[in-house]
Design a protein around this ligand. Sequence first.
Ligand code: HEM
Ligand SMILES: *[C@@H]1O[C@H](CO)[C@@H](O)[C@H](O)[C@H]1NC(C)=O
Ligand SMILES: *[C@@H]1O[C@H](CO)[C@@H](O)[C@H](O)[C@H]1NC(C)=O
Ligand SMILES: *[C@@H]1O[C@H](CO)[C@@H](O)[C@H](O)[C@H]1NC(C)=O
Ligand SMILES: *[C@@H]1O[C@H](CO)[C@@H](O)[C@H](O)[C@H]1NC(C)=O
Length: 342
Amino acid sequence: MASARSNLCVLSVLLLAAVCDAHWGWWAPVPVVPAAPPTPVEAILSENFYSYTCPQATAVVKKVVLDILKKNRNLAGGFLRMHFHDCWVNGCDGSLLLNSTADNQAERDGFTNFLIRGIQEIDEIKEALEKVCPNTVSCADILALAARDATAGVGGPSWPVYLGRRDSRVSRALDADTNLPFPSLNFTELVQNFAPKGFGPREMIVLSGSHTIGRTHCNGIGPNLYNYTGIDDLTNPALDSKFARVLKKKCPKGNRTNIVDMDRTKNLFDREYFKGVLNHKGVFISDLALIENSFGLSVVTELVAKSSSFFKEFADAMVKMGNLSPLTGTQGEIRKHCQFVN
Ligand code: HEM
Ligand SMILES: *[C@@H]1O[C@H](CO)[C@@H](O)[C@H](O)[C@H]1NC(C)=O
Ligand SMILES: *[C@@H]1O[C@H](CO)[C@@H](O)[C@H](O)[C@H]1NC(C)=O
Ligand SMILES: *[C@@H]1O[C@H](CO)[C@@H](O)[C@H](O)[C@H]1NC(C)=O
Ligand SMILES: *[C@@H]1O[C@H](CO)[C@@H](O)[C@H](O)[C@H]1NC(C)=O
């Protein structure tokens, strides 16, 4: 039947072009089958993804996030950082939240996620969502919404969050530590860390502006104070000496767990971080590295200006980050509890 039809096709190609279309490949000497263009992530994810299945989703996340910030504004830093750490490791798939098991060390137990905070607060949001629409909203989407709402909630920019990410069933500490940037990196190394994800040097600098909120443990500051470029007892020469003394007091040698503010206005998303960097007051080697060359110095100098496009560029970069290789369609699952696979 099919072959009779394609013979007919060959004979009457001019008259029956429409019928033959589907059988073109049978007789055309050089079949030209253009590859389907890859579907852009923006065409899969959508702001309205839950408009039928859970119309309250975005409002519920926002309410719980703002309630949490009312009790502790500083936690905005936790929310923003978790989204970054989720997306940077095999895409925004909620893998950061999974707990380790007897035979698997999960991402959150990697070096780069040392004492990461906010996972219990994501559980609170998930619980509230499970009450209104069970088994519907992914943990990866919750992370994306919470990061946006927390940032906007402490004075930062807002941005559209495209939804429809699904949750992974895999999480490995090694993947976190091979993908996430260490605070001891220099400019070149930071650029090399961001490039494979599709982010240029300027976007790297803009996103580092997140260090305008939240806190750090001494763990990440150590190499800046006591072990610059791996040399014992060497302080980063780029670090302001007075600020170095202050940091050394807060972080005695070997102490990993004391807490230090990220900038002078830890609970406000503003340009103060870049101001600190320009004044050589950066808590990490990677912060001071932003002005290590003339390119970085000029970008930071530009961004620090009150009239600069920092907020707009930050928002754009966050949308881009949130679109990093999500699981969609039937991939992954919608977790019932964010710390455990179903
Ligand atoms: C450029 C390379 C980056 C490095 C080396 C880096 C490193 C770090 C380190 C070591 C901490 C301290 C964590 C702790 O001790 O609890 C931290 C905190 C933080 N990071 Fe980054 N980070 C980078 C980029 C980013 C990006 C792109 C974002 C978000 C888009 C981000 C958001 C944050 C936030 C909000 C905090 C505060 C966390 C809190 O308050 O709990 N960072 N970062
Ligand atoms: C996650 O795993 C750790 C052990 O690795 C355990 O102490 C902790 O209670 C677990 N968290 C939850 C929510 O079960
Ligand atoms: C950055 O670090 C790399 C080692 O990873 C080193 O080769 C390079 O010289 C450093 N760059 C600068 C400007 O110090
Ligand atoms: C400093 O860095 C080197 C090389 O990375 C490491 O072997 C050494 O243990 C570090 N020292 C301290 C005090 O962290
Ligand atoms: C770090 O210092 C604080 C107080 O300054 C102390 O309570 C804590 O035990 C120290 N931790 C380590 C690992 O030295």
